[in-house]
Write a protein that binds this ligand. Structure first.
Ligand code: NOJ
Length: 648
């Protein structure tokens, strides 16, 4: 999320006073200039992790650098312009809307959002001509500085069967939010709340992938990549979310055809069952993931998708060797449950400050229950959830507090979900030592047994790595003070080298100031993931880059938009390191997915932060897609590092 700073806020930052950003959440920027060896950088980011993050840049300060926090909750903008389409009606008290599963009941839920934009196309488009690749961009010049994809470690190959693909998520690309029986999701609603999406765009139409998926799959296939990781919208299957509510057959038919289309084009579908778009009804009925009721509703949704009712979907899911995910980045999702506007729908007993950990508890139970159903149904293929975040490095190498900060970050970032599932059946000890049971519900013995072992592989969305430092006041002082802005994770994320002051890598767009290109840490990061959360296989489930300032360019500047060299460099350097990680370090990585298939709705940053390897012209009535340089580079890289079957 791009944080719009008020004047006084900006001054506070410029003059280096200690400052709490958030009105509702302890997401903080701290001035720790005394620790700074070389005050050359001034980038600030209240990064949580990839995805829903707030960030901004400020001009250079004379008082030193400002660090990112590893706060576990995110901040809300301090100033904003109210979008004309937004409804500002307060969310009704949780439980006050009756469970009326009739069309009138559905309308009532949509009324919480107000009018939504009608898409320019309202039926599935069947492309009339096959997609052919346009002429590729010229190689970057000169070759001694920028090698072509095929010259990068040409002798190293991906293992046989490697999934090399692109990624997307339903809310971010589908559009057609109110069509064909779909119910509203919490993000459909949030996108219409004033101040939530900083450029005031909604995802009502966005890429209209819902109707244009046939062309989109053909465009993936034309690139020669072999996989697409996408999510299913729960509210298209169950418009009211609840397991006792009606199923929307149109939703089932839709995804069945989406999957059939992938198979027709030889593009392996990798399905995520939940990518943050909770049916809004469930937040209205009982508070969504902050309530224990979510567990059964999620399990039943998964059962429906896997069962004979969703028979066409199972047809694909049952294919051998297919991986699939229950949850996308649960840590980022749960960190936002207590944050505006989602904190308007918390059940009794849960508040903005403990909502994240209640969500973590119920989400893990929902994950475990879904995996149990999956296994009991004897479906071949594999299942896990997608982790996010990173294992950092101590900022000051020999500083024991910074070493502890790394452990705290790893525990609150990946460990919170990965420890219970992969190694212990329990929360990381650091969390239990910091958070009382009213914050972090404890697992019963039975919970632990059910959760441990519920992943067949390890999947990680790893966009970058940071250094971690202890808070200036010290870890102990922070841990014992729940008003400390860094509590409870009590560590800082640092984006530049302690010894030299240089950045850890090139910056992305100012709207995603949490993101730098840090390929130099990829190999050590993968070793850490594998050492801490061992699994027979690893999927690199998302990585990607927002080319600086792409979002401010007009369609007339298409020739500049497609020349996305920073994104191209990001992908080429990361993929080269990934090959080394597989071939030299022996990491069992079996797939890699570039985020994203095309420009899309980047949550709180809306359409302004662009991650696509394809440009989408949002002013064109057909929402025309154009490949960027990075798409060609990915295609070339895959083709030349693919392990060819040897004919006997
Ligand atoms: C990861 C999330 O899964 C995705 O939804 C988001 O758009 C990207 N990171 C980029 O922030």
């Amino acid at each position: 999320m791009y944080l719009l700073l008020s004047h006084s806020t900006l001054l506070a930052l410029l003059y280096g006073v200690e400052f709490v950003l958030s009105q509702t959440a302890p997401s903080t920027i701290i001035n720790v200039s005394s620790l700074l060896p070389d005050p050359r950088t001034s980038v600030v980011s209240s990064h949580l992790t990839s995805g829903v993050a707030e960030s901004t840049t400020v001009p250079a300060t004379t008082s030193g650098s400002l660090f990112t926090t590893s706060a576990t909750l995110t901040a809300v903008p301090t100033t904003t312009t109210v979008p004309s389409s937004s409804s500002s009606a307060p969310f009704p008290p949780v439980g006050s809307i009756p469970r009326d599963y009739s069309p009138a009941g559905l309308s009532r839920l949509w009324d919480l959002i107000g009018p939504v934009e009608v898409p320019p196309i309202t039926t599935t488009v069947i492309p009339q001509t096959p997609v052919t690749l346009p002429s590729p961009p010229p190689a970057l010049y000169p070759a001694f500085f920028a090698v072509t994809p095929k010259d990068i470690l040409p002798d190293l190959k991906f293992p046989k069967g490697f999934l090399f693909g692109v990624a997307s998520a339903a809310y971010q690309v589908e559009g057609a939010v109110k069509d064909e029986g779909k119910g509203p999701s919490i993000w459909d609603w949030a996108g219409h709340q004033p101040g939530v999406v900083t450029d005031n765009s909604t995802a009502d139409v966005v890429d209209l992938h819902y109707y244009l998926y046939k062309e989109d799959v053909a465009r993936i296939a034309a690139l020669g990549v072999n996989s697409h990781s996408f999510s299913i919208s729960w509210a298209r299957i169950f418009p009211f979310g609840a397991s006792d509510s009606p199923v929307n057959q149109q939703g089932i038919n839709h995804y069945a055809d989406v999957i059939a289309t992938h198979l027709q084009f030889n593009v392996t579908p990798v399905v995520t069952l939940f990518h943050w778009d909770v049916p809004l009804a469930l937040n209205a009925y009982y508070g969504g993931f902050a309530s224990p009721n979510i567990v059964d509703d999620f399990i039943q949704f998964v059962y429906l998708v896997l069962s004979s009712h969703g028979c066409c979907i199972i047809h694909c899911l049952a294919l051998k060797h297919h991986s699939r995910y229950t949850f996308n980045e649960p840590q980022v999702f749960c960190a936002n449950v207590g944050v505006f506007p989602f904190n308007l729908s918390l059940p009794n007993g849960v508040n903005s400050s403990n909502a994240q950990f209640h969500c973590s508890y119920y989400l893990l139970k929902a994950h475990a229950g879904a995996v149990k159903v999956f296994r009991e149904m004897n479906i071949s293929g594999e299942i896990a959830f997608k982790s996010s975040d990173y294992v950092g490095m101590p900022w000051r190498a020999n500083n024991t507090e910074d070493v502890d900060a790394v452990e705290r970050h790893a525990a609150f970032g990946i460990g919170v979900f990965a420890d219970p599932v992969y190694t212990t059946g329990d929360w990381p000890q650091i969390l239990k030592d910091t958070l009382s049971p009213d914050y972090l519900p404890r697992f019963t013995e039975e919970d632990s047994k059910e959760i441990l072992g519920t992943a067949d592989f390890f999947a990680i969305d790893a966009y970058r790595t940071y250094w971690n430092a202890a808070p200036p006041e010290g870890i102990d002082a922070c841990v014992s003070n729940s008003s400390d802005p860094l509590w409870p994770s009590c560590n800082l994320e640092v984006m530049f080298d302690f010894n030299t002051g240089w950045a850890s890598g090139p910056a992305s767009d100012p709207l995603t100031s949490w993101l730098q290109a840090t390929p130099q840490f990829l190999r050590s990061s993968f070793k850490e993931y594998h050492r801490r959360w061992p699994a027979p296989r690893i999927y690199y489930s998302e990585f990607g880059f927002a080319q600086p300032f792409e979002g401010v360019r007009t369609p007339a500047e298409l020739f500049q938009i497609t020349e996305d060299t920073d994104r191209t460099n990001y992908y080429m350097t990361y993929l080269g390191e990934l090959l080394l990680s597989i071939q030299e370090d022996g990491m069992p990585v079996e797939g890699a997915f570039a985020w994203a298939i095309m420009d899309n709705a980047e949550w709180n940053s809306g359409l302004s932060a662009r991650f696509g390897i394809q440009y989408v012209n949002y002013s064109s009535p057909t929402l025309q897609r154009t490949y960027k340089r990075s798409a060609f580079a990915l295609s070339d890289f895959f083709q030349t590092h693919l392990q060819k079957e040897v004919a006997i």
